[in-house]
Design a protein around this ligand. Structure first.
Ligand code: SAH
Length: 494
């Protein structure tokens, strides 16, 4: 495309036409459709131009062309039909950096005049880069026949509704939907049939209908717990919501088998940690949820386990609330619960385990701190999420705070999945077990629970990581070196 079409504001600008014959008349007529001030320079006038000059529609300077005639012009038409004079006009315009059109002499033109279908303010400009004015006229005739006579007035009518629409329909998507409907609505038919009052009523009804529907159609976010992996451990509600989703924002921790239950053509957006890629920030995930909901989508935020247990679901609900987006939470079976079930390990047991705590081993800034003294006391039971990387730290803290070294520890890696591993060990061998057995997670570490406590047989699939040594005199110093402890644990294994 050599010539770029654009709409040029001619209000209060001067357009100068040089020439007084039929070519000049054609350009003057065209320019009189605009808000430009038209000045004509010619010694003699075509009779129709003379009429326009007499009416004051154009400002006629009765004289031969001189370069100064172009001063102050926004556009110039060289329309004398005389090559040498049009050439002089074009040269003078270029010297003054004024855009010029020499009629029918493309090589002297800065711009070409398109064929127009004029339904002001709706204007269709047709250009052929000079290749075929006849074709342009054919296209113009075709469009003229298709665009209603009052289309321009209808566009102004639409424009007069703009403020009202903005007031009633809060967001851009709502407004886009309204305008889509408006241009096909009865309001259009009434208006084009000349019934302006009925058109206005119809438009008002349509605005109200969209304002009401907007609430129903506004996006919604479901925070859904997908459970620990095995899709059968998903709730019926989670399945239903997945079937109705437009968009699914998925954590990496979510088992692929769970997604078989999702609507096939739902858009999937993967967030969360992927090996080798930088993880997406929580604020970015929040922004994705808000953006998708604002598009009017039914969004499912699918998370491993339960959304509210180390799933950052609380932050997402808060962000959605702040953005005025409705959401609901579908709970999922959390890893501590699912892994325990898989290993037949009761989390509480009458008379033995009266409480069970959920802990995280890691925080954003590193290993998590806890009331280790309380946790180390006899009879405590807890499960540690995200504890693999912090196993050494956890073991160290528990032991220096007085935990009985033989306290049972059960590690369940990839619980409920095909590659599930259950390892039984003890508090003083936790770190060694993680390292020696190459546990990478996801894994749940249970401390203070054992099958014996409940009189349940240890399942056959359990591996034992036996730590034969006992640490007799454990220094009660918090600064005890973890590597020293690790060394002791390793030594004990031999
Ligand atoms: N919201 C999730 C927890 C996310 S934090 C839930 O409720 O389960 C991630 C941690 O969950 C992992 O580090 C691991 O400790 C635990 N986890 C998740 N899925 C697991 C699985 N299938 N087996 C063992 N642990 C799992």
């Amino acid at each position: 495309m050599r010539y770029y079409p654009l709409f040029f504001d001619l209000q209060n600008k001067h357009v100068i036409v040089i020439g007084g014959g039929p070519r000049a008349l054609a350009k003057v007529r065209l320019m009189l459709k605009t808000d430009a001030r038209v000045r004509l320079v010619a010694p003699l006038l075509h009779p129709d131009l003379a009429v326009l000059a007499a009416e004051g529609a154009i400002d006629w300077r009765q004289k031969r062309f001189a370069p100064e005639d172009l001063d102050g012009a926004a556009l110039v038409y060289a329309a004398t039909g005389l090559d040498d004079i049009d050439g002089q006009v074009a040269a003078a315009a270029k010297a003054r950096q004024i855009l010029v059109n020499a009629v029918d002499t493309p090589h002297l033109c800065d711009f070409l005049t398109p064929a127009l279908v004029d339904r002001d303010p709706i204007v269709v400009a047709i250009g052929t880069e000079g290749a075929s004015p006849v074709l342009a006229r054919g296209i113009k005739a075709h469009l003229d026949g298709h665009l209603p006579e009052h289309l321009g007035a209808f566009a102004r009518f639409a424009s007069s509704l703009r403020n009202r629409v903005k007031l009633r329909l809060g967001d851009e998507t709502q407004r886009r939907r309204f305008w889509d409907a408006f241009f096909r609505s009865p309001a259009r038919h009434f208006f084009l049939a000349g019934e302006a009052a009925r058109a206005r009523d119809a438009a008002e009804t349509l605005i109200e209908a969209h304002a009401e529907a907007a609430d129903a159609r506004a996006g919604f976010v479901w925070l859904v717990g997908a459970g620990p992996g095995d899709p059968e451990l998903m709730t019926l509600k989670a399945q239903r919501v997945l079937q109705e989703a437009d968009v699914i924002v998925v954590d990496r921790l979510v088992d692929e088998r769970v997604l078989d239950y999702a609507r096939r053509d739902a858009q999937r957006i993967y967030v969360g940690k992927a090996p080798g890629k930088p993880s997406i920030k929580q604020s970015e995930i929040n922004a994705i949820l808000i953006e998708q909901a604002q598009l009017g989508h039914n969004v499912v935020r699918l998370k491993g386990g339960d959304p509210f247990i180390f799933g950052r679901g609380g932050e997402e609900v808060a962000a959605l609330e702040a953005a005025g987006i409705d959401c609901a939470v579908v709970p999922g079976i959390t890893a501590a619960s699912a892994c325990a079930a898989s290993a037949r390990l009761p989390l509480t047991h009458r008379e033995v385990t009266r409480s069970f705590s959920l802990l995280t081993g890691a925080t954003a800034s590193g290993v998590a701190d806890h009331d280790w003294h309380a946790l180390a006391r006899a009879g405590q039971a807890f499960g540690v999420y995200m504890g693999v990387g912090a196993a050494g730290h956890i073991q160290h803290q528990l032991l220096v705070h007085g935990m009985e070294p033989a306290t049972p520890v059960i590690i369940i890696e990839n619980g409920t999945r095909d590659n599930e591993r259950i390892i039984e060990t003890r508090a003083d061998a936790l770190s060694a077990a993680v390292k020696s057995l190459d546990i990478r997670g996801p894994a749940l570490i249970y401390v203070g629970l054992h099958w014996d406590q409940a009189g349940i047989a240890r399942p056959a699939k359990v591996e034992s990581f036996v730590h034969s040594g006992t640490i007799v005199a454990l220094p009660q110093r918090t600064e005890l070196d973890a590597s020293h402890l690790h060394h002791v644990a390793q030594g004990g294994m031999q």
